[in-house]
Design a protein around this ligand. Structure first.
Ligand code: NDP
Length: 393
């Protein structure tokens, strides 16, 4: 990466970032009761694989957020985790008494880590309880639910952030900046492949194969990373989509959800994106951006760690060498800063809604055997992550 490009880019980005931060601070919704000097209290809803494996450990490492409450349908598991995390028993809620969080001043943010089909209900209940919400991807299972969540946040005057961890991850941020700075010349093509083998015997995958709880198959679970990456890499929105599926309905995993879906997005600049997702191919979370002068390759690009982002020029590969961070701690620190009015909302509900609209358009095209679906809804992201999120945490 030539030094002059990175210096110029940094100057442009820091000016844009400072403006966005100033605007965010000016609009801060900070309530007087918010702890100014303490960490922001998070309640984690749904104590499954992600909550136990990444989010609760991330909260332990967080600079600005801390675990203060648990919401679970399994009291024994919740008690065990509460004891391990040093939480009192009165910090444990279940799905029935969840609304009592309204009276719990320890909780400022509710982190929704439930099956996708439950995101809308538990987000809206948390917002009605006066809490800010960080909600896992995909935001919900329908456009209508996403809209209802956004409306509930507005009504409650609370923040709603969708947990797009790649918006806060240093290598992905650097990838965005390289593409913006012209390091590969004019972008022409984005290729994204995001999928894995789903295991019906794993309880974490069982609901992912049930359309009611998951919304879609690999598309909402893994493909969404490719949809979102194409959008954040190019910083523009698709205007058309075409998609096809290949699903073996005799495979018991695919009774209600699709398996492999391949789609094409057309962007206003003329860039084409070829995307694929599957619950029946070898695990991958990769993307590439082909430009007139070079290529940016991320393989893997969206794992929890161990991502490799490279600049490719002909046969020459140059690794982008940036230290790893805890992506979950970073994301929750950002949410804590949003709540305090110190940082702009980079991945708001509108960002989750845009992906849900695109998922819906992809599924519509699949149902119509690859028909072209117009997707130019006029969405423009309010804040470009590349402009405001610093690479080193
Ligand atoms: P899990 O199945 O492992 O956990 C979900 C938890 O939700 C369960 O353990 C359970 O917790 C609770 N739950 C409540 N009702 C149900 C139900 N009917 N069926 C199943 N679980 C239920 O899923 P994950 O942790 O893997 O995923 C949770 C969310 O996080 C999903 O939206 C997923 O897309 C997202 N995710 C995001 C990732 C990222 O990198 N950002 C990575 C992985 C997942 P309890 O027993 O405590 O009630």
């Amino acid at each position: 990466m030539p030094k002059e490009i990175s210096r110029r880019t940094l100057i442009e980005l820091s000016v844009a970032g400072a403006a966005a931060l100033a605007a965010a601070e000016a609009k801060a919704l900070d309530r007087p009761s918010l702890p100014k000097d303490q960490k922001i209290g998070f309640a984690v809803v749904g104590l499954g694989k992600l909550a136990q494996g990444q989010i609760i450990p991330g909260l332990r490492r967080s600079k600005s957020a801390k675990l203060v409450a648990l919401v679970s349908g399994h009291p024994d598991k919740a008690k065990r985790i509460a004891a391990a995390e040093g939480l009192p028993e009165d910090a444990i809620y279940n799905y029935e008494d969840y609304d009592r969080i309204a009276k719990d001043p320890r909780i400022q943010v509710v982190y929704i880590v439930l099956p996708n089909g439950m995101h809308a209900e538990y987000t809206i209940r948390a917002l009605k309880a006066g809490k800010h919400v960080l909600c896992e991807k995909p935001m919900a299972t329908s456009v209508a639910d996403c809209e209802a969540m956004i409306a509930a946040a507005k009504k409650a005057d609370r923040k709603l952030m969708i947990a797009y961890r790649c918006h806060y991850e240093p290598k992905n941020l650097e990838a965005m900046r390289r593409v913006r700075s012209g390091a590969i010349g004019k972008p022409r093509l984005v290729v994204t492949d995001m999928g894995r083998q789903a295991d019906p015997n794993d309880p974490s995958d069982a609901w992912r194969l049930d359309k009611k709880l998951a919304g879609s198959g690999g598309l909402g679970d893994m493909g969404i990373y490719g949809i979102n990456a194409a959008r954040y890499l190019l910083n523009e929105e698709p205007i058309e989509v075409r998609a096809w599926a290949n699903t073996d309905r005799s495979d018991p995993r695919f009774r209600t959800v699709d398996d492999m879906i391949c789609w094409q997005f057309k962007f206003p600049s003329g860039v084409i994106c070829n995307g694929s997702t599957s619950f029946d191919y070898n695990a991958t979370m990769s993307y590439e951006v082909w430009g007139e002068k070079g290529r940016l390759q991320a393989d893997p690009g969206c794992f929890y760690g161990g991502n490799h982002v490279r600049m490719v020029d002909g046969g020459k590969f140059t690794e982008i060498d940036i230290p790893e961070i805890d992506q979950f701690a970073r994301e929750m620190d950002w949410m804590a800063d949003v709540v305090r009015g110190k940082a702009p909302l980079v991945s708001p509900g509108e960002e989750g809604l845009q992906d849900m609209r695109l998922i819906t358009a992809i599924l519509e095209s699949v149902a119509r055997d690859g028909a072209t679906i117009k997707t130019d809804w006029g969405y423009k992201r309010a804040v470009d992550p590349a402009a405001v999120v610093d690479v080193v945490a």
